[in-house]
Ligand binder design. Structure first.
Ligand code: CP
Length: 321
């Protein structure tokens, strides 16, 4: 693998999931692979899980890690070309990314959408320029439109915990929130589940209120419904996540009743396991009774972020030229 920014960068998702699970059983087998190699983790936004799990994954592989909170510690970056930089930006991404590539063998980058201009966010301008100028493989730590390390960990969790004979029914459900959140996690989860569905690993359904449709590019082959009860019927995994409207981009729409998952919602599921990428707002996005109860997989899922990151870094290290 030459970079990890979406499911499209992965030749074989089953193999990558199995690699992550193998690393979970044998975390320190590849310590020589990362010797004298440096991972740079560049954050323009906050993180708990992605930062710590990716750092730990690199340590397990024998790598050194440099972390930079670019939003607080770096120079204000310019991304536009042909501009006279006589405003507030101090350094152009052309130089900044290229310099980071001089110090690191692999770079991870987190850069959220601004949620003002949909076209700008969905063009992934910042991410693509960073990749173009840094000159080393890039791992997405969450971009404007995708969070592939999270989605890989989610698929690893489903593969690891599913004991049924048939394919599990996986349901992505919209949840309420008071802020306009990005579509990166649901886009990415959907993209990975659609690929997993094509590979015969899962059956995939998305449930959301009208007005919260995801961009169609991320949902090929998914069953999509506005009826939560119907979607949850027979579900084996329920993936809870808020996202803001793609159509009414960046707006906080009034949130509809009945979409916060409670134990009552789970009555007609197949004793479903409940997942969430975290952080989660208790009793707004997801009820405390579900989070604290036997259905919840959220801590196990967060733990698997480590093995997902380690599988990705191992693959990138093996392909370094
Ligand atoms: N799920 C996730 O990416 O968590 P962080 O934002 O804390 O990294």
């Amino acid at each position: 693998m030459k970079q990890f920014t979406s499911v499209a960068d992965v030749a074989d998702i089953k193999q990558l999931v199995d690699a992550a699970l193998a690393l979970k059983n044998n975390p320190y087998a590849d310590q020589q692979l990362g010797k004298n190699k440096t991972l740079g983790l560049i954050f323009l936004n906050p993180s708990l899980r992605t930062r710590l799990s990716t750092q730990k994954a690199a340590i397990n592989l024998g790598m050194s890690v440099i972390v930079m909170n670019m939003d607080k510690e770096g120079w204000a970056l310019e991304t536009q070309d042909g501009i006279v930089m006589n405003g507030t930006t101090v350094e152009h991404i052309r130089e900044a990314a290229a310099v980071m590539g001089q110090y690191c063998d692999i770079l991870g980058l987190r850069s959220f959408p601004k949620l003002i201009n949909r076209e700008e966010d969905y063009n992934e301008d910042f991410f693509n320029k960073f990749i173009a100028y840094c000159g080393v493989p890039v791992v997405s730590l969450e971009s404007a439109t995708r969070h592939p390390l999270q989605s890989l960990a989610d698929l690893v969790t489903i593969k690891e915990t599913w004991k049924g004979a048939a394919k599990p029914k996986v349901v992505l459900t919209w949840a309420p929130h008071v802020k306009a959140l990005p579509q990166a996690v649901p886009n990415s989860f959907s993209e990975w589940m659609c690929k997993a569905q094509q590979e015969g690993m899962v059956d995939f359904t998305i449930a959301h209120p009208a007005g919260f449709e995801l961009m169609e590019d991320f949902t090929p082959g998914a069953t999509i419904t506005h009826n939560l009860e119907e979607a949850l019927n027979g579900a084996d995994y329920v993936y809870v996540k808020n996202w803001s409207s793609y159509e009414e981009y960046g707006k906080v729409l009034p949130f509809p009743e009945g979409w916060m998952l409670t134990n009552d919602h789970l009555k007609n599921t197949n004793n479903a396991k409940v997942m969430h990428c975290l952080p989660v707002r208790r009793n707004l996005e997801l009820s405390a009774e579900v989070l604290d109860g036997p259905h919840s997989l959220v801590i196990h899922e967060a733990g698997n972020r480590l093995w997902a990151a380690q599988a990705v870094l191992k693959d990138l290290l093996q392909d370094l030229t």
